[in-house]
Design a binder for this molecule. Structure first.
Ligand code: CP3
Length: 359
């Protein structure tokens, strides 16, 4: 099944003219598209109610629940994209790696990966292992109409950090130690993870998602030199492998102001920018680094904390970011990182309306 056939309920032209997809191509959308990372889950009372008594990883493998949670912010906020409710560790767990998502902590890995033997023992991902996720995509396509569904995966570096550290890490010290002290084992690890991520994203595209986002959330912990040497080749394999997939590829990380040109080089159609770098500065850096490429398309970059600042301050920031986004060939409005758990959902709805009203 191809991407266009699977969305037969909606004429393919209607979906391809969705503001998110037009902006991602550098065209002129009918309104500024906006969606928010981590818009599903956390901040929504209807999500918390539905999740009661169901562990996170069980929720991610229940197609009806994934579909409902993914739809909740689309109904409530009128956002221009739905992001599949899942987690970056879902394909690792599905492939057979012993890990859990511990409430209040995040992903915890039973046997951290630190030696060549640990890497050699890592499994590959078989398509059948992520069948529930693909079934959820099928359910969503029937519900979403003209709203694009965004698939996603964790990038090799960010996944490696969880596997090597054994869980969330502030400094990524074991991860950096491994890459520098044993580069062969490091590259073997990232090669395995690039394989799992490539398989998973390709399956999501075949199941019908309209865009994909590669989350390299923790790449900003690296110098540009280390990023280029230890990470870029593997992320390029993932994104480059999707060049013919016919869907925009969004590449996002936090604290990556120094890495934006390298992250674009990895094969991004849309470069995600966190709140530390103004969008016009990001565009200038991207253009200076690659004067022969077309003007870049960017996504971002409202500081998630600004959703707590009250409407006058929030409105001023949204207007500033919208104006700075005009420097790009296309701008997908988003946060600079995910929605924080205590965010008032009514403020999110209001912010979406405001973005939609800006010209
Ligand atoms: O925020 C990011 O940087 C996006 C990439 C990312 C995800 N999961 C995607 C995701 C990262 C880095 C993770 C790891 C992870 N998983 C953490 C962070 C731990 C750390 O190192 O600080 C945590 C807490 C989890 C577990 C988790 N993931 C829970 C409990 C939930 C559901 C409730 C919630 O917090 O929203 C998730 C959902 C999740 N993880 C989504 C995504 C894209 C789906 C929600 C959405 O996009 O709306």
């Amino acid at each position: 099944m191809t991407n266009t056939e699977s969305t037969s309920a909606v004429p393919a032209t209607a979906l391809s003219e969705a503001p998110l997809l037009v902006a991602a191509r550098g065209g002129t959308p009918s309104r500024t598209p906006v969606w928010f990372m981590r818009q599903a889950g956390r901040s929504l009372p209807e999500y918390r109610k539905l999740r009661e008594g169901t562990a996170m990883l069980d929720a991610c493998t229940d197609p009806e629940m994934v579909c409902e949670i993914t739809m909740q912010p689309v109904r409530r906020h009128d956002v221009d994209g739905a992001i599949l409710f899942s987690d970056i560790v879902v394909p690792l767990k599905a492939a057979g790696i012993d890990l859990d998502i511990v409430p209040g902590t995040g992903p915890v890995v039973a046997n951290p990966v630190r030696s060549a033997a640990d890497v050699a023992a890592l499994p590959e991902l078989e398509p059948e292992q992520v069948r529930p996720v693909l079934d959820a995509i099928g359910l969503l396509l029937a519900e979403l109409g003209g709203t694009p569904l965004i698939g996603f995966a964790g990038a090799p570096f960010t996944l490696a950090s969880y596997l090597v550290e054994g869980g969330p890490s502030r400094n990524h010290e074991r991860t950096k130690a491994l890459m520098h002290s044993d580069p062969d084992t490091w590259h073997a690890l990232l090669d395995k993870l690039a394989g799992i991520t490539s398989t998973f994203l390709r399956l999501q595209v075949e199941a019908g998602v309209s865009a994909v986002q590669l989350f390299d959330s923790w790449a900003g912990a690296l110098s540009e030199r280390d990023y280029r040497r230890f990470v870029l080749p593997h992320s390029r394999r993932v994104l480059g492998g999707l060049a013919d997939a016919g869907v925009p590829r969004i590449h996002f990380g936090v604290g990556t102001g120094e890495l934006l040109p390298a992250m674009r080089e990895a094969g991004a159609d849309v470069v995600g920018v966190d709140w530390r770098t103004p969008l016009d500065t990001a565009v200038r850096r991207l253009q200076e680094a690659a004067p022969d490429l077309p003007k870049p398309v960017v996504q971002g970059n409202l500081d998630p904390a600004l959703l707590f600042a009250g409407r006058p301050a929030l409105e001023a920031e949204i207007r500033r970011i919208h104006a700075e986004g005009r420097a790009a060939a296309g701008h997908v409005f988003n946060l600079g990182h995910g929605v924080l758990p205590d965010t008032d959902p009514e403020v999110i709805t209001w912010a979406v309306e405001l973005v939609h009203g800006l010209r």
